[in-house]
Ligand binder design. Structure first.
Ligand code: NFS
Length: 664
């Protein structure tokens, strides 16, 4: 960011109270860009969602297209008792559809984790130019967790062994995933009892696909158990490997100041947007944009410098480690190009949409794909295949191409909005800030939950979806929860949304309830903590396990006054996350577009009452924001009562004035 931009963003404080300009979004920057898209006749995910009516049968999980006897649809007035050609019931069909979402979501997070492990292996063997282990303390910790003897070994040797063990977790055929041992003892015993302890990350994904292939598992309870097992391999396997090994390679996050929203794009510098999910190439691009020769090159084409910003979780990875500002969350990918100010958008994997290629054709923007797993066809698309052993070369080429594209820029229109933020609250840092560097501990957190200053803990996570008003649910729910003394952690696109509206800044303290504020002012942190990307939801599992271990709040994650909320989901990955959180004992509420199994009331009910009986967690789909907050607080209070730490308290009900302020 230029100094001028920083100043402008500091002067600008805004919140959802100003955002009445659009039915599609509460973000004034997005609303502004949507108006421009309309004027230019450019379609966006917002406009295409309005034009494309979702298939009501598929949306509710009642369409089975697993074989060529169908597709079979269990719908219509006579759907009672109706089955597919093979005899599959609505419950079986809906459960299989759900399970396949879990398998796909788990595979995405986990394949990301696998690539991080391969990178660590290559770094250990000195095969990647310019890259080394950044956090040796974390390396030692993970090595110990893996049971690796580290005495007398150098960093490269330990890193190599950690990478080998991590890679073995994917192909393991029997036994238990090693990181599952981080869960509370009681939880591990429960998983063993139910036979859902994950064995091998790939094996459990494959088995779930096999089970849900036509003519296999046709008992929906069993299919959902297998879904939990597969998802646990994501949360306590693939995602946790992605998080921990990324920390080892690129550094464990610590608080860093930055800003979020389209206003972080620069009017006079070469703008490069990094988008997707993986930290490897993007972190090298960060370094490349800082090279004096690159800055000189940018100046030679008339630019004031190089400005690197992010979208989606590649943004989160580089925000929390390097302070790279996010230009927005998922629905901002097209909007950032429509500013006309993006010289290159560099994408890796996941949540990178094909519509970008069409959008880029209207502008000078180069859309650069870089992963062999994610190509996009299109005239304006360039594929630069990254040799993982030589990422610096690829990064320099990308940055050079972006600079050379600057003179092709036409009219630009950059909204001014940015929210100031602090990000980078890794679980290690949370321990340090609570207990001090020398005696890192979660004790103060547990004590303040027990004495009621902190009523409970909430993780607000997940995506945007153009079928729901962008960011409305995230902002509304986060603000009401902190007003009710619930400490919030945020990840993924919900974290970026929180950043856009200033909710990650210390000033947010003014929205916090008295008890929460008292604690946070003492510790000196905001009431909404950015803990990372979507694979970093595994950090939340680790923190919750450590809270249990710290003592005083029960023996299992399901005992904690804690809740997971995904206000605006769209992705199969979000469904995988929901499932591993439930299987870990959490109550999870999804908002937005509703349940992907809504056609089957029996299945919806089983995911609440059946799952709660089995694993102590449950999954509910609730669309109304007020009802989500009410259900979250009821659950938190019920858990407090069960722990016998409840004191009578009133819910802070927003009066008309507060509600006007919160007009989302
Ligand atoms: Ni999560 Fe991150 Fe965003 Fe949703 Fe996509 S970027 S991995 S899936 S849209 S939060």
């Amino acid at each position: 960011m230029t100094d001028e931009q920083r100043k402008a963003s500091e002067d600008f404080t805004y919140g959802c109270e100003l955002c009445t300009s659009s039915d599609l979004t509460v973000d004034p920057a997005a609303a502004e860009m949507l108006t421009i898209a309309d004027e230019l006749g450019i379609s966006t995910m917002f406009s295409r969602a309005a034009e494309m009516k979702p298939c009501p049968i598929g949306a509710e999980g009642a369409c089975c297209k697993l074989c060529a006897m169908g597709p079979c649809r269990i719908s219509g007035k006579d759907k009672e008792g109706k089955t597919g050609v093979c005899g599959a019931t609505l419950e079986t069909i809906a459960a299989r559809n759900f399970a396949r979402m879990v398998a796909a979501g788990s595979s995405a997070h986990s394949d990301h984790g696998r690539d991080v492990a391969f990178t660590l292996k290559a770094v250990a063997e000195g095969e990647i130019e310019g890259m080394r282990v950044t956090d040796e303390v974390k390396l030692a910790k993970v090595a110990r967790d893996f049971g690796i003897e580290i005495e007398g070994k150098d960093v490269s040797a330990i890193a190599g062994e950690v990478a080998d063990v991590a890679l073995s977790q994917f192909g393991q055929q029997t036994g238990e995933l090693l990181f599952a041992r981080r869960a509370p003892e009681k939880r591990q015993a429960l998983w063993r009892n139910l036979g859902i302890t994950p064995r091998g990350i790939d094996r459990d994904v494959v088995e779930l696909l096999h089970r849900t292939n036509a003519g296999n598992d046709q008992d929906y309870e069993d299919i959902l158990d297998a879904s939990m097992k597969c998802a646990l391999g994501d949360g306590w396997g693939g995602s946790m490997i992605a998080t921990d090994l990324s920390d080892i390679l690129f550094g464990t996050p610590e608080p860093v100041r930055s800003a979020a929203n389209l206003g972080v794009l620069s009017p006079d510098q070469v703008n490069i947007v990094i988008h997707g999910h993986e930290p490897l190439l993007s972190s090298v691009i960060v370094q490349s944009t800082r090279k004096p020769e690159m800055i000189e090159l940018a100046k030679s084409v008339g630019a004031a410098g190089i400005n690197l910003v992010g979208i989606c979780c590649t943004a989160n990875e580089n925000l929390m480690r390097q302070g790279v500002p996010p230009a927005g969350n998922m629905l901002h990918q097209e909007l950032s190009i429509i500013t006309g100010a993006v010289e290159a958008m560099v994408v890796d994997v996941q949540c990178v949409f094909q519509g970008l290629a069409r959008t880029a054709e209207y502008f000078h923007t180069k859309l650069i794909t870089t992963s062999e797993k994610a190509h996009i066809k299109g005239d304006g698309v360039v594929h630069i295949q990254v040799d993982e052993h030589r990422p610096v070369q690829a990064a320099d080429e990308i940055v050079r191409r972006a600079i050379e594209n600057f003179p092709n820029r036409g009219d630009i229109h950059i909204p001014t909005e940015t929210g100031q933020l602090i990000a980078g609250f890794s679980h290690e840092y949370i321990r340090h800030m609570l207990g001090g560097k020398m005696r890192a501990s979660l004790r103060p957190l547990n004590d303040n939950v027990m004495n009621g200053r902190i009523r409970g803990l909430a993780a607000v996570v997940g995506c945007n979806n153009p079928r729901t008003k962008q960011d409305a649910g995230i902002v509304h729910i986060v603000r009401e929860l902190i007003a009710n003394d619930v400490l919030c952690v945020v990840t993924g696109c919900a974290a970026i949304a929180s950043g856009k509206y200033g909710l990650l800044a210390p000033e947010t303290m003014e929205y916090a309830g008295d008890g929460l504020r008292e604690v946070l002012e003492t510790v000196g942190i905001p009431p909404v903590l950015h803990v990372g990307s979507c694979v970093d939801n595994s950090r939340i599992l680790t923190v919750l396990s450590e809270v249990v271990e710290e003592g005083g709040l029960g023996e299992d994650i399901s005992d904690l006054p804690a809740i997971g909320i995904c206000p605006e989901w769209f992705s199969e990955k979000a469904i995988a996350i929901a499932t591993y959180c439930v299987a870990s004992g959490a109550y999870v509420i999804f908002g937005g577009v509703g349940s992907p199994v809504a056609a089957s009331l029996e299945l919806m009910d089983y995911m609440i009452t059946g799952w709660e009986e089995r694993v102590g967690g449950k999954l509910a789909f609730i669309q109304d924001h007020e009802a989500i907050v009410a259900s979250a607080l009821d659950t938190i209070d019920a858990k407090r009562a069960a722990l016998k730490i409840d004191a009578p308290r009133e819910r802070v009900l927003f009066d008309m004035e507060m509600r006007r302020e919160l007009d989302v």
